[in-house]
Design a protein around this ligand. Structure first.
Ligand code: RTP
Ligand code: MG
Length: 137
């Protein structure tokens, strides 16, 4: 069964939207496999966002993602990667459809509430950055 990595970012935790994100994924039918509350360190953030190292927004992204606690999670279900991305909405909340998490709760491009893996390969890589195999129930 497909798995994906989803993380409520520091703005989502600060705004009390952890339950809202979980509720939407649960109601869709995805199953929670692992979850914790952590302060993302600069080392973890660097591994997670490796692909964006040369982008102009990289510094802002790393300082934001390390700015407070986040809630990384693993979810399982049919086409879990695509399903989670659809529920989240597009990267820029201005363009995200109403009814999606970013469409309903975000406005800024960096502070967009939630992260979701963009492919099965990314999911596997990101899950291994944040969780050890024993943490998946
Ligand atoms: P994510 O990885 O967080 O799920 O978001 P995504 O796939 O929709 O977007 P991605 O292109 O992977 O970008 C990662 C995060 O970087 C911030 N970002 N800022 N200022 C900008 O132009 C810009 N572009 C991206 C966002 O926080 C985005 O979620
Ligand atoms: Mg991405």
């Amino acid at each position: 069964m497909a798995q994906t990595f989803v993380m409520v970012k520091p703005d989502g935790v600060r705004r009390g939207l952890v339950g809202e994100v979980i509720r939407r994924l649960e109601q869709k039918g995805l199953r929670l496999k692992a979850m914790k509350l952590i302060q993302v360190t600069p080392e973890l953030a660097g591994k997670h966002y490796e692909e964006h190292r040369d982008k102009p927004f990289y510094g802002e992204l790393i300082s934001f993602i390390t700015s407070g606690p986040s809630v990384p999670m693993v979810w399982e279900g049919r086409e879990a990667v695509q399903v989670a991305r659809t529920l989240m909405g597009t990267t820029d909340p201005v363009k995200a459809q109403p009814g999606t998490i970013r469409g309903d709760f975000a406005l800024a491009i960096t502070e967009n509430i939630v992260h979701g893996s963009d492919s099965e390969e990314s999911a596997e890589r990101e899950i291994s950055i944040y969780f050890s195999p024993e943490e998946l129930v």
